[in-house]
Design a protein around this ligand. Structure first.
Ligand code: PBG
Ligand code: ZN
Length: 326
């Protein structure tokens, strides 16, 4: 049937009609809130992040307090990023697997004081003196793959010991999911899930995060381990490998410039798909809203687009802003 019998506008005639026919819905359970916890900060001290409006680096105490407030508003899960003291950094990021490191302490507190699902980012870049996600060959500056696996596994194990629910390796070394699954299982942590940043592109949209986490590489870039934005077949291969190695959840990162990849993974894999609405995606929208170029409705439209593309879970700094409206 054609016009005038068929009228598409019938389906849009009121908010109530639109609501019951909405194909995509964003639920509070879909959101994971990322938080920065800095070891050197004391209770009551929080630092503004100049490249991320309305986001802060928190002390352990204040971070946990902030999360408790979000939990009251309905938040279900959080992902923790740690900032160690500058003098603790070394060439292999060893403070990343210290049993009383800033992430480990935060995990213990969150698990003791909230019912939040606690996810931890597993990487070395915030903890290494050179700022790379793996170990570096002193002679030629190459990022060493196999040597890094041992350290990344130790980090994951230390988070598991602290009580984390899900570890999320973001380093992009080959074979790390297998290495991490093995060390977790060997130590009785069969129930700790792995959310793999399996498809992580070398993106400019991480720029504010590196400012926030003080984790820019001291030399070179991350292009020998993170993916080339020009590629999508490669994303399938990355996802396939991590699935085989034991990942429970697959992640695409960033989200907005990669909605096609989210959709491709959702259609090709029978695993939950997470995506990371990264720092730069947050900051550019916040900045536009601050300037009056856009209004706050752009936030929900953006998150819905990510959900519609096929994401089951969305890591986003906007979680703190939109809990009240869900
Ligand atoms: C560390 C890590 C990064 C992000 C998450 N984990 C930065 C990077 O790879 O340089 C980026 C998150 C964001 O931009 O919000 N490996
Ligand atoms: Zn890293």
């Amino acid at each position: 049937m054609e016009f005038p019998v068929t009228r598409m506008r019938r389906m849009r005639k009121s908010k109530a009609i639109r609501d019951i026919f909405a194909e995509t819905k964003l639920n509070i359970e879909d959101l994971i809130y990322p938080i920065f916890i800095k070891k050197d900060l004391k209770k009551g001290e929080k630092e503004e992040i100049s490249t991320m409006p309305e986001e802060y680096r928190y002390s352990v105490d204040d971070g946990v307090e902030f999360l408790k407030n979000l939990e009251k508003k309905g938040l279900k899960s959080t992902i923790i990023f740690g900032l160690p003291s500058d003098d603790e950094k070394d060439s292999c990021g060893s403070v990343a697997y210290s049993d009383n490191g800033v992430v480990q302490e935060t995990i213990k507190r969150i698990k003791a004081e909230t019912n939040l699902i606690c996810i931890s980012d597993v990487c070395l870049c915030q903890y290494t003196s050179h700022g790379h996600c793996g170990l570096v060959d002193d002679e030629n500056g190459e990022i060493l793959n196999d040597e890094s696996l041992k350290y990344l596994s130790k980090v994951a194990l230390s988070h598991a010991k602290a009580g984390v629910d899900i570890v999320a390796p973001s380093d992009m070394m080959d074979g790390r999911i297998m290495a991490i699954r093995e060390i977790l299982d060997d130590n009785g942590y069969e129930d700790v899930l792995i959310m793999s940043y399996c498809v992580k592109y070398a993106s400019n949209f991480y720029y504010p995060f590196r400012d926030a986490a003080n984790s820019s590489p001291a030399f070179g870039d991350r292009k020998t381990y993170q993916m080339d934005p020009k590629n999508s077949i490669e994303a399938i291969r990355e996802a396939e490998l991590d699935l085989i190695e034991g990942a429970d959840v697959l992640m695409v990162k960033p989200a907005l410039a990669y909605l096609d990849i989210i959709n491709m993974l959702k259609t090709n894999f029978n695993l939950p798909i997470a995506t990371y609405n990264v720092s730069g995606e947050y900051s550019m929208l916040k900045a536009a809203i601050d300037k009056g170029y856009l209004t706050e409705d752009a936030i929900m439209e953006t998150l819905i687009s990510i959900k519609r593309a096929g994401a089951d879970l969305i890591i986003t700094h906007f979680a703190k802003d939109i809990l009240d409206s869900l």
